[in-house]
Unconditional design. Structure first.
Length: 162
């Protein structure tokens, strides 16, 4: 894609730490069920099922965070050129301490609700909120947030002031 303003790449260490933590938790749940079976029949089924789901989530996280995000004047895209959110729908960037945002990331408030979306460690999109960050480099998160703030401000001021 032309005119890439900023990119956001997942951190290899954060990706693997998250996947290993989920995988170990899944294996522990299965191992505990095998070595010390719970009393109830329902728990004998549910606990290993949750363990398998954790293991599946671990491998899915690794696949999803293999590639990053990039920002253009049109909006925010993933590595497959899928539009995550158009720039015209972005109202403001919130990097505050009390913002409900991903780890080392930031929150983008939107004008109109977008369809739900989630790539663990990269972004989540729910209603009028878009959280970016998690398994990404904090310095790249800051750079992307600043670039978004500038683009939103340019749009608000109009093309004659840009």
């Amino acid at each position: 894609m032309n005119d890439v303003i900023a990119t956001l790449e997942p951190s290899l260490g954060r990706r693997w730490f998250g996947a290993i933590a989920l995988g170990v938790l899944g294996v522990l749940l299965i191992a505990i069920t095998i070595t010390q079976p719970p009393e109830g029949v329902l728990l004998k089924v549910v606990i290993p099922l949750v363990g398998v789901l954790f293991i599946w989530q671990a491998q899915w996280n690794l696949r999803v965070t293999e590639h990053g995000l990039y920002l253009t004047k049109e909006g925010l895209f993933d590595a497959q050129n899928t539009l995550i959110c158009p720039l015209y729908n972005m109202a403001e960037v919130d990097r505050g301490v009390f913002a409900f945002k991903p780890s080392n990331g930031f929150l983008v408030r939107l004008h109109e609700p977008e369809p739900k979306g989630w790539a663990p460690g990269l972004y989540w999109r729910l209603g009028k909120r878009l959280g970016i960050g998690g398994a990404t480099h904090p310095s790249q998160n800051k750079e992307l947030a600043q670039a978004l703030e500038v683009l939103i401000m340019e749009r608000a001021l109009g093309p004659e002031n840009a």
